[in-house]
Each structure stands twice: as C-alpha cells, then as structure tokens.
Design a protein around this ligand. Structure first.
Ligand code: NAD
Ligand code: LMR
Length: 396
C-alpha cells in the first residue's frame, strides 16, 4: 500500500522501452540514457525523490539520483508450489535480487531445479539455483549453500486449505514444516528476514519467533505476511467506489484469519467515502476473501497468484529497506502496539536492518473499535497456540 510506483513510471516506460536491453548489458551507456530519462521526468515536473522511488523501472547497474540497486540473495522455500513458482518469478525480476534460491522437496510437483532452469532464462540479473531435499533428510543438514548469504527468505512451504477447513486446522502439519525451514535459517542466515506465508500465520509466526528468541536470535526477523489482506481491501474499495486501486491504501491490522483481519477503512481517503451502512459488508468481504478462493478452487488449493503478487510486494519492500529506502507495509510481527498481544499486524517500516519501526494503529472509527475487540478475542487464542508450541519445542 505504501510502496507504490509513482505515475511518472508509466511515462518513463516509453523512454525505457528503447534503451533498457542494451543498458542491462552495457553499463557504460546507462548514464546518458538515464540522464535523458531524468531530463524527461524533470520536464514533466516530477521531483528526484519521487523518481528514486520508482525501483522497478530502472536497470540494475544504474545509480540514479543516489538510489543504487542492491545485490541481495533471496530464497523461496516451497518454490515449486502454487505460490512458490509465481513468487519466484516475481522475485527473480526484482532488480535488488542478484541470487535466487528455489527450494522444495524432491517429491514436489515440479523439481525446484526445473523451476530454477526455467527462471534462469529471464533477461534479469538474478542467478537462479534450485535445491531439493528428500523427505528423509533434514533441512538443516542440506541447505547450507541454498541459504548462506540470504538476506530474505520467503516461506510459502506448507499445506493449503481445502473447503470446510479453517487456517487453524493446518497448524499441526505446517508448524513442523515451518520449524525445519526456520531451523535451517537460524543456522545459515540468522540475520535474514524470514517472511512466513505458511498458514496459520496467526500461530506459526509467534511459534517461530519465540523459537528464534530461545535460540538467542532476533525474533523480529520473523515476519508474518498479511499483505494479501491489504491488496484485497484496496481492490474491493476501488471496485465499490469506481476508482483505480492505485489510489487506495487501506491498512489491514490484527491478524490473518477470519475476524482477526481488520481493515481500517476510516484511514483511507477513498474508503472513507463509503457510506457507514455499507462498511460491515465490505469488511466481511475482505475477511472472507481467502475462503471465497478456497471454495472457488473446489479442493484444488487456495489463493496462489494473488498471494505471489502480495508476497512479492512485501519481499520487494523488505529489500528496498535493506537497500536504504525505508518502506512501509502491514505485517504481523512481534509488537507492543496492543497491550497483552505480543504479536499483532500493523504498519511496519522495513529499513537497513529489517524491521525498523512497528507503528501504532492510529485513530479508529466506532465500527473499527468494536471490530478490534472481536479480533483481539480470536487472536488471543491463536497467539497462545503458537506460544505453547514454542514452549515445548526447540530449534536444533
Ligand atoms: P502448494 O501445496 O501449492 O505448495 C506448497 C509447496 O511447499 C509444495 O511445493 C511442497 O512440496 C512444499 N513443501 C511442503 N513441505 C515442505 C518442506 N518441509 N520443505 C520445503 N518445501 C515443502 O501450496 P500453496 O498454495 O503454495 O500454499 C502454501 C502455504 O501458503 C499454505 O499453508 C497456504 O495456506 C499459505 N497461504 C498463505 C497466504 C497468506 O496470506 N499468508 C495466502 C495464501 C496461501
Ligand atoms: C488467503 O487468505 O487466501 C490464505 O490465507 C489462504 C487461505 O487458506 O485462505
């Protein structure tokens, strides 16, 4: 929501389309072409700071208004799955990524080496490598090369829901999957941001963060990915108000399941125009959106493509932050914004060391205040499941 490309990027695309292919292989020519782009934008009356925020529009070798792209190593765990493949595609296209590890099991639908071979042909700077683990191997024993040097590990490894299941029903199986990934991260890339997509986020994140804490590592490196709730809220508000989703930025706080998903429509200028009597319905639409996709897929999985889009948005925000451009997105992290709730989703600013600032919720409407109480009641139990898991387990 908070890391949008400025409109000038659209205009710049015209300039870029004539020069980017040569630019990516011949850095000597970057200066003049991008100077032209800068002049073009300046003529359009756009400030340098706005241009510097347009990350995806610039070639890798370009240092433009002081914003040099990063060279980060990223891993997608579960990279052969429904989310993992498109997420790997989107991350391999990020100009802040120089190396991408695609990790999955040997029994995955597609060998991760195959996903990597496929992505390795994109005209992007990222070197993509696949890693597969046999079921009887331990991740911590085999992921040394895969994870060493990673700054960001995205984790969609885990079982998705079927119709009739809650996210909470997945905890038993998915907590073990998350733990083996997190255990390997603790050994090989302990300072990486580990972004957990795997459900139930509300319980898996506290469990893994507390295991990190027990191990003497920073629990704030464990980040729950709730970006899809923001993406959905923005889209639904845009549809209802007849505007482009680009103009909508609804923070979604609380957690990532049912009533714990709390969109703060009152904090967005467009969403605020929706009549009060229509807010409960659109609120429910955001809460139920994941279940709607599960039902529409009729037993063949849950949201994958929209999740990959949302996961890449979060991943890009983290990398932008690590690269020096602090970037804010909603995320579910260890937090003190809500008394009695050690984990909560709110706006989080990602900076050079990962989670830089966890923001308070801000002012709520009457409807949101009532909903917050409902969200807290449900979230309390789900956090506790995670804390209980961590109390009876340890990372190797
Ligand atoms: P999927 O079954 O298509 O893919 C999961 C992948 O994980 C598979 O390739 C599988 O081989 C792999 N995997 C399983 N165990 C593993 C292990 N121990 N190590 C490494 N890889 C392993 O499922 P999906 O649709 O991609 O969903 C993945 C997870 O993401 C689910 O838990 C789902 O509920 C969750 N999800 C979360 C959100 C969110 O907003 N946070 C949104 C959508 C889905
Ligand atoms: C979603 O919100 O789409 C995910 O959490 C997947 C699910 O099970 O609904």
């Amino acid at each position: 929501m908070f890391a949008r490309l400025p409109r000038v990027a659209v205009a710049l695309r015209q300039v870029r389309s004539t020069g980017v292919r040569a630019l990516s292989t011949a850095s000597a020519s970057t200066g003049s072409t991008w100077a032209r782009a800068g002049a073009f934008a300046a003529a359009a009356g756009v400030g340098a700071a706005t241009l510097a925020a347009s990350h995806d529009q610039k070639p890798s070798s370009c240092s433009w208004f002081g914003s040099k792209k990063g060279n980060f190593k990223v891993c997608v765990c579960g990279g052969s799955g429904g989310i993992g493949q498109p997420l790997s595609l989107l991350m391999s296209m990020d100009e802040n990524v120089s190396e991408l590890s695609v990790y999955d099991l040997t029994v995955a639908m597609v060998p991760p080496q195959g996903v990597a071979a496929d992505l390795g042909h994109l005209e992007k700077k990222a070197k993509v490598t696949g890693y597969a683990k046999q079921l009887d191997q331990r991740a911590i024993d085999v992921l040394g090369e895969c994870l060493t040097g990673c700054s960001l590990v995205l984790v969609p490894a885990g079982m998705p829901r079927k119709p009739g299941q809650t996210r909470d029903d997945l905890f038993k199986i998915n907590a073990g999957i998350a733990q083996e990934v997190v255990e390997a991260c603790a050994k090989y890339c302990p300072n990486a941001v580990v972004a957990l997509i795997v459900n139930p986020v509300n319980s898996v994140v506290p469990a893994m963060a507390e295991l990190y804490k027990k191990k003497g590592l920073d629990p704030k490196n464990i980040v729950g990915v709730t970006t899809l709730d923001v993406v959905r809220a923005n889209k639904f508000v845009a549809e209802q108000t007849g505007t482009h989703p680009e103009n909508v930025q609804v923070p979604v706080v609380g957690g990532h399941a049912g009533v714990t998903i709390l969109p703060l429509f009152s904090q967005d200028a467009t969403a605020r125009k929706i009549p009060a009597d229509q807010i409960p319905a659109i609120d429910k639409h955001v809460q139920d959106a994941g279940t709607d996709v599960v039902n529409a897929k009729n037993g063949k999985g849950s949201a994958t493509l929209s999740m990959a889009y949302a996961g890449a948005r979060l991943g890009k925000a983290v990398l932008a932050g690590l690269n020096g451009t602090s970037t804010t997105e909603c995320a579910y992290v260890m937090s003190d914004v809500m008394p009695g709730f050690p984990y909560f989703t709110s706006k989080v600013t990602f900076g050079k060391t990962g989670v830089e600032k966890v923001h308070p919720l801000g002012k709520l409407s009457k409807h949101e205040e009532a909903r917050l109480e409902e969200a807290k009641a449900a979230l309390k139990k789900e956090i506790q499941s995670g804390l209980d898991y961590a109390a009876s387990n340890n990372l190797a």
